[in-house]
Design a protein around this ligand. Structure first.
Ligand SMILES: Cc1cc2nc3c(=O)[nH]c(=O)nc-3n(C[C@H](O)[C@H](O)[C@H](O)COP(=O)(O)OP(=O)(O)OC[C@H]3O[C@@H](n4cnc5c(N)ncnc54)[C@H](O)[C@@H]3O)c2cc1C
Length: 437
């Protein structure tokens, strides 16, 4: 290791946040160590996953085109499900062919490539190294102790350990008797599972109505999660499907269902089953997702440390965005350390630049905008159970050709809506729109 194991910055975790921070600092000539517990970057990571190339380009420039991306996403489908129906909103945008803004990825491949870019930029990437604890001296984080028995010292430690629920460094480290992040509640975290299912690329294109090499997403609400607050998904990769989804931990606790129940239920849905026919599960993965909203964000800077990505609870489950918040926060943290190095000042006040820039970025604007969205669904289960069923019945009536006049059908639908509580439905719709305004 470099100079008596002293670095300008030590980064914990080679996920999108940590690697983005490491590349940014290494490119500016800083001595950076990027520590990853996995055998290689990505080997322990889980994502749906759709990656947004704009943020990648901001970090690696034109090299983003060399990244191991699976398929550009040309079509986005959203389905509201009942046990026997799927009500869809499908958006095929052909402009995405010329200017794709998102791609399906497999994290084991993508993270490994991204960490290589950090190495090329000059960062010292150390896999198979667990950071056991943050070293705190005189009320300041001054480095890390690793499971290999090394202590690494740095002017700034950038914590990008992912959500780290319960076992994480942030929850275990205290400064002046206070943990760096409080314990998370079960309604601030979702449990997600995912299967990678191998399927011939031509079959994928036929079944999902995609041109060769192109991809689509399907996200399913309502019955797909057995009415719990969350969603299920199918994303098309080159020759596999990413199938999964999740719900709040508090909902699993309440319903005594397991993530596996959810997965099996989803795969058996009549609208889903034919899409997966013959696909072989080659990997089964599970991971947690932070869903605490703006109010769940911990202190993201302090004496000697910065916190990025999932560790800082930066995620937007409504738009299934997380990797981009991770990369962007990692990049801004990296730039903050570069500025601190230029100024020769690593004080907490100087590191506050990170929080200030986050506060003025789209990240915090989005975190505030969707702050109430997850609790709204959790406390109004009718939005994912009763209302899809009402919509299903209304559409069944509307489309069914059965000798009834259209006037009579219209009357029947209105009668049914009145009986089911049209005013309450209107009020709930208003609340949903208000929560996301
Ligand atoms: C099922 C699922 C689907 C998702 N789908 C999407 C999607 O489609 N699009 C999207 O943008 N986001 C999605 N997300 C969210 C996205 O995966 C995260 O927001 C993103 O990975 C956060 O990046 P990160 O770098 O902060 O954390 P992580 O990706 O969790 O990376 C943390 C890294 O730190 C390492 N680490 C942890 N502790 C230590 C330690 N003590 N010592 C050394 N290394 C350590 C880990 O091994 C890991 O490599 C999804 C998440 C899940 C679970």
């Amino acid at each position: 290791m470099a100079d008596a194991e002293r670095f300008d910055a030590v980064v914990v975790g080679a996920g999108p946040a940590g690697t983005a921070a490491a590349i940014t600092m290494a490119k500016a000539g800083l001595q950076v160590a990027l520590l990853e517990r996995g055998a290689k970057a990505g080997s322990k990571n889980v994502m749906g996953g759709i990656l947004y190339n704009h943020y990648l380009e901001e970090i690696v420039g034109e090299d983003w085109k060399q990244a191991p991306l699976e398929r550009p996403i040309i079509e986005e489908r959203r389905w509201l499900m009942t046990a026997e129906a799927a009500l869809g909103l499908d958006y095929k945008n052909l402009r995405n062919r010329e200017h794709p803004h998102s791609y399906s990825v497999l994290r084991a491949r993508f993270d490994a490539w991204f960490a290589e870019q950090a190495e090329k930029a000059g960062a010292f990437v150390v896999p198979e190294t667990v950071v056991d604890r943050l070293i705190v001296k005189d009320g300041r984080v001054v480095g890390v102790s690793t499971g290999r028995g090394d202590d690494l010292y740095a002017d700034v430690t950038v914590v990008c350990e992912g959500i780290g629920l319960g076992m994480g460094l942030l929850e275990r480290t205290q400064i002046n008797g206070r943990p760096l992040r409080r314990k998370l509640r079960a309604d601030e975290v979702a449990m997600a599972v995912k299967e990678i299912m191998q399927l011939d690329s031509k079959l994928i294109e036929e079944r999902f109505n995609c041109e060769p090499g192109e991809g689509c997403t399907i996200e399913c609400f309502g019955d797909s999660t057995m009415g719990m607050s969350g969603f299920m998904f199918i994303y098309t990769n080159k020759d596999s499907l990413s199938v999964g989804g999740g719900a709040l931990l508090s909902e699993f606790n309440k319903t005594l269902r397991t993530p596996n129940d959810l997965m099996e239920h989803f795969k058996q849905h009549p609208a889903v089953k034919p899409l997966l026919r013959g696909a072989q599960t080659v990997e089964y993965l599970a991971h947690l997702i932070p869903e605490g909203g703006h109010r769940g964000i911990p202190r993201v800077h302090g004496p000697g440390y910065l916190v990025c990505g999932d560790a800082a609870m930066l995620s937007n489950p409504v738009h299934r965005e997380g990797s981009n918040l991770a990369m962007e926060s990692g990049r801004i943290a990296g730039e903050t350390v570069v500025h601190a190095k230029e100024a020769g000042d690593f004080s907490e006040r100087r590191l506050a630049e990170y929080r200030g820039r986050l506060d003025h970025s789209w990240i915090m604007a989005d975190m505030k905008k969707y702050d109430k969205a997850v609790p709204l669904l959790e406390h109004n289960p009718q939005m994912l159970t009763k209302y899809p069923a009402v919509a299903d019945r209304a559409l069944d009536e509307f489309f069914r050709v059965d000798g009834t006049s259209k006037w009579d059908k219209q009357k029947r639908i209105l009668r049914m809506l009145r009986k089911e509580g049209m005013l309450k439905m209107g009020w709930d719709t208003f609340k949903a729109v208000w929560a996301m305004k």
